[in-house]
Design a protein around this ligand. Structure first.
Ligand code: UD1
Ligand code: UDP
Length: 358
């Protein structure tokens, strides 16, 4: 069995790492194919170094561009590699343009496709991620659904039961494998002058929020209202898309502690000790839930409803008053919930299933 593990962006590198480790441990024949969708050191290389992942065998270096430009460059590049390497199966994870291009390239070459994190739906087709998820699920051969709920979604879309495997989400493996390391790491709280449990952690980068000046400005207004009301820092590691848009729209972020995107271990530490996490990220909603930290999602919908069902997360949208009210609801949330995304062995399960099937 030869596996092509395809990655392109920060969350794909982090969430594929348990599968890569499992392949190494079991001596499975695999190679990493990186699209180069993310390329800045702190969005890409830092994770390979910190998670001690092997170099990607191929990097297509596609960089940034419009959706069509980026997806098509990845598609062309991946096809060439797959023709040369003839893997039995490709693995993609999540919902990025790299995921869609990988799935499309493989399907036309009749190479089997495994989709990790299958069956997530926001039911909002204006989001590029939603289109990528639906199309990838529908051309995949092995659909690794994180929960029963995501499996049911796939069944209602007439995907055959035999193709679906409920494995949990590899994000749990990543958190468990790295949290101890994170705790040992140089103290980020001194460096950032933060006190544990006395700050709000923010990540906002999704296209539907930051590419819309009104929505992005409303979010920043809401964050500034929190600063006044609670008098604890709001820390925001800024994704490059958000940085560009903040500059382009000339938005006021005065008072908010803006820093560069963090490495994974540093970010995990900040998540684990935040009072509340405010985010529009998919992976961060999951990690907050796994780590037991209340989350306020600055979106109108989520493809991670399990986090809401267990009481770990709440949807706030982007209106400032609604953000403040949602934070108030979660601020003294002492509820303890069970993480719905698995036991931290998803990577193992996925590789075991592939070895059995191929
Ligand atoms: C992509 C994914 C999104 C995911 C996010 C993870 C798609 C459609 N979107 O969004 O689902 O949540 O990755 O972080 O695939 N840039 C840099 N350096 C980089 C990468 C990007 O400066 O290493 C800047 C460029 O100006 C670029 C912009 O960020 O135009 C957006 O990058 P892009 O990869 O198009 O989308 P993301 O917003 O990162
Ligand atoms: N993350 C990180 N540093 C940061 C912000 C996020 O390492 O400064 C990690 C986070 O722990 C999670 C992943 O990046 O594992 C989430 O990626 P992102 O929010 O970019 O994308 P999404 O999950 O929304 O697709």
């Amino acid at each position: 069995m030869k596996i092509s593990i395809i990655v392109g962006t920060r969350p794909e590198i982090i969430k594929m790492s348990p599968i890569i480790r499992e392949c190494i441990g079991l001596n499975v024949d695999f190679f990493i194919l990186h699209s180069g969708q993310h390329y800045s050191f702190n969005m890409d290389r830092v994770f390979f170094e910190q998670l001690e992942l092997p170099q990607s065998k191929y990097n297509l270096n596609v960089g940034s561009g419009s959706h069509a430009e980026q997806t098509s460059k990845i598609l062309i590049g991946i096809e060439k590699v797959l023709l040369k390497e003839s893997p039995n199966v490709i693995l993609v994870e999540g919902d990025t343009n790299t995921v869609l291009a990988g799935a499309l390239a493989a399907s036309k070459l009749h190479i089997k496709i495994g989709h990790v994190e299958a069956g997530l739906r926001s039911y909002d087709r204006t989001m590029p991620e939603e289109i990528n998820r639906i199309l990838t699920d529908h051309c995949s051969d092995y659909l690794f659904a994180p929960t029963e709920k995501s499996k049911q979604i796939l069944l209602t879309e007439n995907i055959p039961d035999a193709k679906i495997f409920v494995t949990g989400n590899t994000v749990v493996d990543s958190v468990f494998q790295n949290l101890k390391l994170a705790n040992k790491k140089l103290n980020i709280f001194d460096k950032l002058e933060l006190t544990k449990k006395e700050y709000f952690l923010v990540t906002i980068h999704r296209q539907e929020n930051v590419d819309n000046s009104t929505r992005f400005n409303n979010i920043l207004k809401g964050l500034k209202m929190l600063l006044k009301e609670y008098d604890i820092p709001v820390i925001y590691p800024l994704h490059p898309r958000a940085r560009n848009k903040m500059q382009e729209y000339n938005l006021d972020s005065a008072g908010i502690k803006i820093i560069e995107p963090l490495d994974y271990l540093g970010f995990l530490q900040l998540e684990k000790n935040a009072r509340i996490i405010l985010t529009d990220s998919g992976g961060v909603q999951e990690e907050a839930c796994i780590l037991g930290i209340p989350c306020v999602t600055l979106r109108d919908n989520t493809e991670r409803p399990e986090t809401i069902d267990v009481g770990a997360n709440i949807l706030a949208g982007t209106l400032p008053e609604k953000i403040v009210n949602s934070v108030a609801m979660m601020y003294n949330n002492n509820k303890i919930w069970n993480n719905p995304f698995g036991d931290g062995n998803s990577g193992k399960k996925i590789v075991r299933i592939l070895r059995k099937q191929l």
